[in-house]
Write a protein that binds this ligand. Structure first.
Ligand SMILES: Nc1ncnc2c1ncn2[C@@H]1O[C@H](COP(=O)(O)OP(=O)(O)O)[C@@H](O)[C@H]1O
Ligand SMILES: [Mg+2]
Length: 258
């Protein structure tokens, strides 16, 4: 398996898209890790069905879009009818990842005056069985406002009845102020944390903001787990923590540097 260790904080995924290892090499260790993330999310759904789910992070370039796309694919591969939405309107990547045009998308829906939304006009097939995609659409001057709007919540309520699972790649909590507003309307969110990059204080702040908005945090994905820590000879690595409560919170925050 080819392993890339890229300079951090790049815009690469916006231009070239996220790397879909779960498609390129489904039998790899990393693809298996994505399936474990899926399994762990499913554990959290035992008492509380998860129909709408978002991934977010404290800041940009934590690997959020890469993880969101690959986890969505593992759901689709397991037969779950999935819609993946690009909700990061400042740094959209989904159209690049699936190599489709972005002339219409989520922003088209959110700015349209039309009373009725025809899903077929905006949702596209990804080329992967069971996976549909909704790209971000043209970037508006007021992305945070759109994501936090009542229209966005109404739209999510509409689409969720058409899919088993709606997964949203949501803007970083500390970058876009309205992220929590939508997040609190969803069944759960998963926080993406990049080992060695995300600062402990940033995570703590992001968690505080999400909790304040009464967002259900299902767990976190630890991205870029180094070979020393994971015991793998891979640059890519994903760990997962879930069962989020006070003690887990302390445990997971203590893993990050101050
Ligand atoms: N585990 C990893 N190992 C190496 N590179 C990674 C890893 N996760 C993400 N990247 C790279 O880091 C950059 C940012 O990832 P991206 O998924 O776009 O993050 P975000 O959506 O949080 O901004 C991309 O170039 C991506 O390929
Ligand atoms: Mg992204």
């Amino acid at each position: 398996m080819a392993i890339f260790r890229k300079r951090r904080g790049t815009n690469e995924t916006m231009k070239k898209g996220a790397k879909l290892i779960t498609v390129a090499d489904p039998q790899s260790v990393v693809s298996e890790q994505f399936r474990t993330i899926r399994t762990n999310i499913n554990f959290m759904a035992v008492d509380h069905k998860i129909n709408t789910l978002a991934f977010t992070s404290a800041n940009v370039s934590e690997g959020k879009s890469t993880i969101t796309a690959n986890v969505a694919i593992t759901y689709a591969q397991s037969g779950v009818k999935t819609l993946l939405i690009d909700g990061d309107l400042r740094r959209p990547t989904l159209h690049s990842t699936f190599n489709v045009r972005n002339n219409t998308g989520l922003t088209t829906v959110l700015t349209s005056e039309a009373k009725e939304i025809n899903l077929q006009d905006v949702v596209e097939e990804s080329g992967i069985e069971n996976l549909s995609i909704l790209t971000a659409g043209p970037i508006p001057p007021n992305p945070a406002e759109l994501i936090g709007s009542q229209r966005m919540r109404t739209f999510i309520d509409l689409v969720k009845s058409h899919y088993d699972l709606v997964i949203i790649d949501l803007a970083p909590v500390l970058e876009v102020s309205d992220t929590q507003e939508l997040a609190s309307h969803l069944d759960g969110i998963v926080l993406v944390v990049r080992q060695g990059k995300t600062q402990k204080q940033a995570i703590a702040r992001a968690v505080d903001m999400l909790e304040f908005a009464k967002v259900r945090i299902l767990g976190y994905v630890m991205n870029d787990v180094s070979s020393e820590n994971a015991g793998y000879g891979y640059g890519y690595g994903y760990g997962y923590g879930y069962g989020y409560g006070e003690s887990e919170k302390k445990g997971f925050l203590s893993r990050f540097k101050r």
